[in-house]
Design a protein around this ligand. Structure first.
Ligand code: MG
Length: 283
């Protein structure tokens, strides 16, 4: 996790109801802002576990958890990647992944409010997704090796302004409004999720379930997606990949429903955790 317990952004490892404070144990190796992924990639895993074993602890309930990746060089997303989401739209099954991106400036952490400028959109809609964080520079990697390049997994909310998304010729504006990419609350390292294609994921808005599915529904599994992207685009350590959303988003409910000021979004992915954010709306 990245967290703030009153003295700025720090890195830590959650152990029960406490956080092992890596930054306090070794401020040079674990200086904030997740520079450790670019510096040491995969070998950070072993060092993290060794440092955590002797690090001072912070009470989890005294810390504010932050977005686990503060500044990815890019956030690459895939649209229409779940069979159940294709069926609800009566869309054609894509033969290659439909890629788009969200601006890194849209990132916020767990608990941070999602808002938009008054009048800009009336159709904000959440999307629960598995977020993949890259651990090593990745270019031209075949699918069979692609999972080895992952540092870990997080919960990602691909909040979308549907009126802007479908009104513009490209999706980037409707997907990139400030605060429209909540991530967290934790980054679960790859070794803890041997099979990312068998995870339940769900999204509730103010207590009502909108989405409830499984990563088994993915058309292009995570390994295939990463390989497809990195044939032509170098993925850098710390980059974030949004792997698509299942059925149940507000735009395709009958009648359609959208986020309102006062709502709370609760997104859960099995083995990763629960990401909650309040909606403060057009302010
Ligand atoms: Mg999405």
């Amino acid at each position: 996790v990245r967290f703030d317990a009153g003295s700025g952004s720090r890195l830590g490892v959650i152990e029960g109801d406490r956080i092992a404070d890596l930054t306090a144990a070794d401020p040079v190796a674990w200086s904030a802002d997740l520079a450790f992924i670019p510096r040491s990639g995969d070998s950070a895993l072993g060092r993290m576990k060794r440092t955590a074993a002797s690090a001072p602890a912070v009470e989890l309930n005294r810390a504010k958890l932050l977005a686990p990746v503060p500044a990815p060089s890019k956030i690459i997303c895939v649209g229409q990647n779940y069979m159940d989401h294709i069926r609800e739209q009566k869309a054609e099954v894509p033969t290659t992944p439909i890629l788009f991106s969200k601006a890194p400036s849209s990132l916020v952490g767990p608990g941070d409010p999602v808002r938009w400028p008054a009048g800009l959109t009336t159709q904000a809609d959440p999307e629960v997704e598995v977020g993949v964080v890259i651990g090593r520079t990745m270019k031209g990697v075949p699918a069979a090796q692609a999972l080895d390049f992952i540092f870990g997994y997080t919960v990602l909310n691909d909040v979308s302004a549907r009126d802007l998304q479908f009104g513009d010729k490209q999706w980037v504006r409707g997907k990139s409004l400030d605060t429209f990419c909540p991530v967290g609350p934790v980054l679960v390292t790859r070794d803890e999720i041997p099979d990312p294609q068998n995870l339940r994921l769900s999204c509730s808005v103010s207590g009502r379930v909108w989405q409830d599915s499984s990563t088994k529904e993915m058309i292009f599994p995570i390994a295939a997606l990463l390989s497809f992207i990195c044939q032509g685009i170098t993925l850098l350590p710390g980059d974030l990949i949004a792997t698509g959303t299942p059925h149940g988003v507000g735009a395709f409910q009958k009648p359609p429903v959208y986020l309102q000021a006062g709502d709370t979004m609760r997104l859960e992915v099995e083995r990763i955790g629960v990401l909650e954010n309040p909606v403060t709306g057009g302010t």
